[in-house]
Write a protein that binds this ligand. Structure first.
Ligand SMILES: NC(=O)C1=CN([C@@H]2O[C@H](COP(=O)(O)OP(=O)(O)OC[C@H]3O[C@@H](n4cnc5c(N)ncnc54)[C@H](OP(=O)(O)O)[C@@H]3O)[C@@H](O)[C@H]2O)C=CC1
Ligand SMILES: O=C(O)C1=N[C@H](C(=O)O)C[C@H](O)C1
Length: 255
């Protein structure tokens, strides 16, 4: 079966990568790609259409799934449009607050919604092992450093937040300390969180566990955004035919 993909935020860094990744995938095709302000542009030969037309595009082009890498407000709006048209929604957007997540969960009562803050398979592996490392090194100091390009809006990254959830679920920690300045000695039990921004760095995440005159560093470095796009397209292919509900990239990898 051919997976018919709709792309939102099509002229953004990730939107362009998704269009290219769909092209590389034997069983997928882009059936529409939208932007809020299309100016007759094409991306990899795909015409960019107006996001104002999303409701009719969802009905007329019959996508199997929409892939969204935009912003929190827009992701919620696009998810609601997909719910109205019975189309599955795959989003890699980050920076959601509780209200955004609640709105996405509401959509997942009607359609299959898959959210992953990182579609790199290596990050999924990191998420699988970080808890075990924390359990094996009780009392060690934990610091998390994420590094991204200078246009990233949200901090810490969505991936960093997911890693922090895993770390906290597997050890005794008191609080997250975001950066340090002035007289601020490290407290036992805190997790230091640091967001670096610069140039066009694709995305790096490092968890440092230090203690007992030793250190363990678990680092993931994405070298190309294509890795995220490929994972999102795999997710779109996987989600075709799934029933309404909330899914994660781990569900895709498990199969
Ligand atoms: N899960 C993962 O693996 C990854 C997640 N990301 C996340 O994806 C998101 C997008 O990243 P990136 O592509 O670098 O960002 P860009 O700013 O390059 O692109 C985002 C696009 O989304 C659209 N957009 C942004 N805000 C809104 C809004 N309020 N309403 C409607 N459309 C909007 C814009 O397109 P237009 O105006 O043309 O509609 C914009 O071009 C971020 O949240 C980022 O953290 C990034 C990489 C990997
Ligand atoms: O904005 C980005 O670029 C990225 N965002 C994601 C995040 O916030 O975790 C994933 C990736 O690191 C790139």
């Amino acid at each position: 079966m051919t997976v018919r993909v709709g792309v939102t935020g099509a002229t953004g860094r990730m939107g362009r990568e998704v269009i290219a990744a769909v092209d590389d995938h034997a069983d997928c095709e882009v059936v529409f790609a939208v932007s809020r302000s299309p100016d007759g542009e094409t991306v990899d030969g795909v015409e960019i259409e107006s996001a104002d037309e999303i409701d009719s595009l969802l009905v007329e082009r019959e996508p199997t799934a929409v892939i969204d890498f935009t912003g929190p407000e827009s992701a919620v709006e696009y998810a609601a449009a997909c719910a109205g048209a019975d189309v599955a929604f795959v989003t890699g957007t980050t920076g959601f607050d509780d209200a955004h997540l609640e709105a996405l969960e509401e959509a997942s009562e009607e359609i299959a919604v898959l959210h992953a803050p990182n579609f790199a398979r290596g990050v999924q592996a990191l998420l699988n092992v970080v808890g075990e490392a924390v359990q094996n090194l009780p009392g060690y100091d934990v610091e998390l450093v994420e590094t991204h390009h200078n246009a990233k809006r949200d901090a810490p990254s969505g991936t960093a937040n997911r890693l922090l959830t895993e770390i906290e679920a597997n050890g005794e920690f008191t609080e997250r300390t975001h950066g340090r300045e002035g007289e601020q000695p490290r407290e036992a039990g805190e997790i230091g969180v640091h967001a670096l921004r610069g140039g066009n760095i694709t995305g790096e995440h490092e968890v440092l566990l230090a203690g007992n005159h030793e250190e363990l560093r678990l680092t993931h470095r994405a070298e190309d955004r294509g890795v995220f796009a490929a994972g999102a397209v795999d997710a779109a292919a996987w989600i075709a035919g799934q029933k309404a509900g909330w899914y994660d990239f781990a569900d895709v990898i498990a199969e």
